[in-house]
Write a protein that binds this ligand. Structure first.
Ligand code: NDP
Length: 295
């Protein structure tokens, strides 16, 4: 059996088109464009690529992108002052501080300084709390993107399905487990201390792998017909010398022989993350202007 490939790239493109329509309608109603501010501290090459592609996608969706770059040695005061300025800027609906920050800056302090109602990454503890008690807020982009792909495939209500989330990070694993619970799945969270992980995963109708270990989840761990969402992005040596390639946390070749549906890496969860960031920014803009957001 060969699994159906869940095309996150195509799904994300559709979502971005829809956000573009909402952006046009927003501009007509509010008399301004929605805006996303992205703050980058330092010169980390991967972060620079992410920030550039977020900026491009924001503009392509019909919103304003405001990029703020601070030097590697920027002080905490300098960064907090910038965040405060963006909190008070009416043209800014969403604020994202690109992580990781240089070592001398405390990520929690900086994230806590963002207005929770502009925290489109959903990392502020107020938004984590809102998700936990079922209040309206912002949900981290990657797990929300995973849920969208799952619900597109399996339907909104995941009642009766066993889900195993491998990984318990604050930005992926924990919010993912909460979202699946809210969608009525029966959820197990696995992590590095889980005993007999293959047997745990074997029970799952839904597997979400967010571990950061290349191709760790093997084909014989997967229950036949299960839906597999691979969050992992790992760069490994390629077939040719000196070349690298991206792989997920799931052994795709093996798992796609057993699963019912699976996300590829790249082209699965990755493209969803930016699309959901734009979605969260759009939602923020509508909320801030008190305009009803039809689904
Ligand atoms: P973290 O390193 O924060 O968390 C990894 C989790 O995996 C931890 O909970 C850890 O357990 C668990 N883990 C580690 N080793 C094992 C093991 N051998 N068996 C079982 N569990 C294990 O990573 P993130 O959540 O930030 O990211 C996970 C992956 O997702 C990475 O590959 C990252 O690159 C990718 N990612 C992709 C995104 C996208 O846009 N597609 C966005 C964000 C992340 P413990 O808590 O016990 O240490």
């Amino acid at each position: 059996m060969s699994a159906q490939v869940i095309d996150g790239k195509a799904f994300a493109a559709g979502l971005r088109d829809k956000i573009g329509e909402f952006a046009t309608a927003f501009e007509a109603k509010a008399g301004r464009k929605a805006g996303l501010a992205v703050v980058l501290v330092g010169e980390d090459p991967a972060s620079q690529v992410y920030v550039r592609s977020k900026g491009k996608a924001t503009v392509a969706a019909g919103m304003n992108s405001y990029e703020h770059r601070l030097n590697d040695d920027a002080s905490e005061e300098e960064l907090l002052a910038l965040v405060e300025k963006l909190n008070n800027d009416p043209a800014v609906d969403g604020i994202l501080v690109q992580l990781p920050l240089p070592k001398h800056l405390d990520e929690q302090t900086v994230i806590s300084a963002i207005d929770p109602d502009k925290d489109v990454d959903g990392f502020h503890i107020i938004n984590a709390g809102r998700l936990s008690v079922g209040q309206e807020g912002f949900v981290p982009c990657t797990p929300l993107g995973c849920l969208m792909l799952l619900q597109d495939k399996l339907g909104k209500d995941l009642s009766g399905l066993n889900a195993v989330v491998i990984g318990r990070s604050n930005i992926v694993g924990k919010p993912m487990a909460q979202l699946l619970t809210d969608a009525n799945a029966t959820v197990t969270i696995a992590h590095s201390r889980t005993k007999d992980l293959p047997a745990v995963v074997k029970q799952a109708d839904i597997v979400v792998a967010a571990v950061g270990r290349p191709e760790m989840v093997k084909g014989d761990w997967i229950k036949p017909g299960a839906t597999v969402i691979d969050v992992g992005i790992n760069r490994v040596a390629g077939a040719e010398e000196g070349k690298t390639r991206l792989v997920g946390d799931v052994d795709y070749a093996q798992a796609s022989e057993v699963a019912g549906a699976i996300t590829p890496v790249p082209g699965g969860v990755g493209p969803m993350t930016i699309a959901v960031l734009l979605r969260n920014t759009m939602v923020s803009a509508y909320r801030r202007e008190n305009i009803a957001l039809a689904d």
